[in-house]
Design a protein around this ligand. Structure first.
Ligand code: SAM
Length: 325
């Protein structure tokens, strides 16, 4: 096996799989209150179809998978998919991105099925504010999910925080303090200007976040397990880490190692480009493994050099919840 690389010589070894466009929350920056038009059940790839794509991708050089959505844990039987994916020889890492609401119920089963680690999206530590941001969620459920995930060995469990001015930017220090008091691994993410709230929040760059965190002491650079673009640091005496992700202020496209599979079976070479290659129709017309691999190679070859968020260009074709953040 020679591995996959795109036309800019970037090695591609990571596939993010969205298993549903449905979500049990309506986070203000991600989905409108009334939700978005949903895909029909027949539009969504079955677990067998997802497995077929992952297997072909693994034979080409994909080694790491992340399951996302929508909210992946609202799809019935997710541990079964994890178990199927874990049996693919070349796959050495399977992770999950979740809002954590249902995590306590499934963490043990997911771990036994072969899940390695989990990222939990949590934008506030205040229960009332949690309800305002997510419109539905119960904060205590997420906290319990994080604890159960850690206790069953989903390691590391990382906490993803989208930082929004006037919404949760006053909690930067509280989140950072959790890396000392609880050993949390917290990642601060710049808000990307998408959807109905594209321009509602004043943008806060990672540079500004770092300035605000300076009162806690010097951030020591450190290395930390992950497949993505975060840069990691540690505060003095912290067991946990602080990661920063800069999709807007400093794109990391030159290191991009990923492809995305949408819940309705499109391979998307870049989160922020509308270009997609349909796999569902070919899968349902009995495509051979060799033909499937050539479509995957085509998607890799079509990866754009970089996105154009900084120039204000954002994809209009699908809401974020459908692509799988
Ligand atoms: N439901 C799962 C979750 O909550 O993690 C997975 C899907 S969610 C769309 C994936 C991630 O995208 C979350 O961490 C969410 O905070 C992030 N996200 C959604 N809209 C975003 C935006 N406009 N800017 C930055 N991150 C965003």
């Amino acid at each position: 096996m020679t591995g996959l690389s795109d036309s800019f010589q970037r090695p591609i070894d990571y596939l993010r799989i969205s298993v549903t466009d449905r979500c049990n929350l309506r986070c203000i920056y991600c989905m409108p209150a009334e939700g978005v038009r949903l895909m029909s059940h027949e539009d969504i790839l079955s677990y067998e179809e997802i497995h077929k794509v992952a297997e072909a991708a693994a034979e080409l050089g994909i080694k790491k998978l992340r399951i996302t959505g929508g909210e992946p844990l609202v799809r019935a039987g997710l541990p079964k998919l994890v178990q199927m994916l874990a049996q693919i020889d070349a796959i050495d890492d399977i992770s999950l991105t979740t809002n954590g609401i249902l995590l306590a119920n499934y963490a043990a089963e997911l771990k036994s099925a072969g899940l390695r680690r989990v990222n939990v999206s949590l934008d506030t530590l205040k229960p009332d504010r949690f309800k305002e941001i997510t419109r539905y969620g119960n904060f205590a459920d997420v906290l319990e999910g994080i604890e159960v995930a850690k206790s069953v060995g989903l390691n590391p469990t990382k906490i993803n925080v989208v930082v929004m001015s006037g919404i949760n930017d006053d909690e930067l220090i509280d989140f950072a303090t959790k890396t000392i008091t609880e050993g949390w691994h917290v990642r601060f993410i710049e808000h990307m200007p998408f959807g109905e709230h594209a321009n509602t929040f004043t943008f806060i760059s990672v540079a500004e976040m770092r300035q605000r965190l300076a009162v806690l002491g010097e951030l020591e650079p450190c290395s930390f397990k992950g497949n993505g673009p975060a840069k990691y640091f540690r505060l003095p005496q912290a067991k946990g880490t602080i990661g920063f992700i800069t999709p807007v202020s400093e794109h990391f496209c030159f290191n991009c190692n990923r492809l995305r599979l949408t819940a309705d079976g499109k391979l998307r070479p870049c989160l922020l480009s509308e270009e997609e290659i349909d796999l569902r129709q070919p899968l349902r017309s009995g495509i051979s493994s060799a033909e499937l691999k050539s479509l995957i190679k085509k998607a890799v070859a079509n990866k754009p050099l970089r996105h154009n968020l900084a120039e204000g260009r954002v994809p209009q074709d699908r809401p974020f919840s459908q692509v799988g953040g």
